[in-house]
Design a protein around this ligand. Structure first.
Ligand SMILES: C[S@@+](CC[C@H](N)C(=O)[O-])C[C@H]1O[C@@H](n2cnc3c(N)ncnc32)[C@H](O)[C@@H]1O
Length: 287
């Protein structure tokens, strides 16, 4: 599979198609986050653990009320709303899905933070709605793994940052080069990437890309153990949902995209278990 064969319309279509699945998850969590749950001893149930992912990232980014935060890949607005509510930060969220942007605006209004948040249709590879040197933090919660061209996305991110700005993200990364994967692992990775519209970076390459696009002082924290309960839960759900979904699919109730996403969830858990995928929190300063 080539690394540049994914366009953003495909990613937006996958998200729009999976909205029904996410709505089930939102009912379960009690909020509209689209990321993995990070469990620790103080955050022991899905809603709290999903909030915890935002908490650890925002703590590592050192966000406070003076910060202007650019949320690349802002989903249904949950992490933007969270930073506005928890810290009083001003947040601009960008996304390539109008339906998610509508949900994000609604989410901000429901939580009384519309004045602190703005949501723009924009591709994070371009950031054409964002001025140069206007942001303190670029925040990416499981967003850049959708990028077929992280160098372009990080170059755009760097352009928007002030000289003392920083980037903070959590995401899935490959812990080994693609050609070091076994044939079976490569097939599993392909099912993950095709099913969810992802292009997962090899961490060492990503680190080098940060360096080449104007960032320094790269820090990495491994959160893999904390998210395994979430990926295991999704895999157990998929074990049941996939066969049932195949039957319902005959009647058009469940789509192929939904079925593929169940398979992808199971494969993520398997590759995390095999140690070839990791979930990392990464911060870096503008150089
Ligand atoms: C896993 S979701 C995370 C959403 C949100 N950060 C959260 O934690 O709830 C990834 C998000 O990135 C968005 N996305 C993917 N590719 C994008 C691109 N090229 N430009 C902007 N957003 C993108 C998707 O539409 C989706 O909202």
């Amino acid at each position: 599979m080539s690394n540049s064969d994914l366009d953003t319309d495909e990613v937006a279509d996958i998200y729009d198609e999976l909205l029904k699945t996410y709505q089930t998850e939102w009912a379960y969590r009690g909020h509209r986050s689209l990321h993995l749950e990070y469990y620790d001893e103080d955050h022991d149930e899905p809603g709290a653990a999903a909030m915890n992912t935002m908490r650890v990232l925002s703590e590592a980014a050192g966000i406070d009320s003076s910060d202007r935060v650019l949320n690349i890949g802002c989903g249904a607005g949950e992490d933007s709303v969270w930073n506005a509510r928890a810290h009083g930060a001003t947040v601009v969220g960008v996304n390539i899905s109008e339906s998610q942007l509508d949900l994000a605006r609604e989410n901000a209004a429901e939580h009384g933070v519309s004045e602190l948040t703005t949501f723009n249709y924009d591709d994070f590879h371009d950031l054409s709605t964002i001025d140069d040197d206007s942001m303190d933090v670029v925040w990416g919660l499981e967003a850049l793994s959708h990028s077929p061209d992280p160098a372009r996305a990080l170059t755009a991110a760097r352009r928007t940052l002030r000289d003392d700005g920083r980037v903070a993200l959590t995401d899935l990364f490959l812990t080994v080069a693609r050609d070091e994967l076994t044939a079976e692992q490569r097939d599993r990775l392909e099912r993950i990437e095709d099913g969810l519209g992802l292009r997962i970076s090899v961490f060492t390459q990503f680190e080098q890309t940060l360096d080449e696009t104007g960032f320094e002082n790269v820090q990495r924290r491994d959160l893999t153990d904390g998210i395994k309960r979430c990926t295991e839960r999704r895999r157990s759900f998929a074990r049941l949902a996939h066969p049932v979904g195949r039957v319902l699919g005959v009647f058009g109730v469940v789509s192929d995209t939904q079925l593929d996403s169940f398979v992808a969830s199971s494969e993520i858990d398997r590759l995390l278990g095999a140690g070839v995928l990791g979930y990392y929190l990464v911060t870096a300063d503008a150089a």
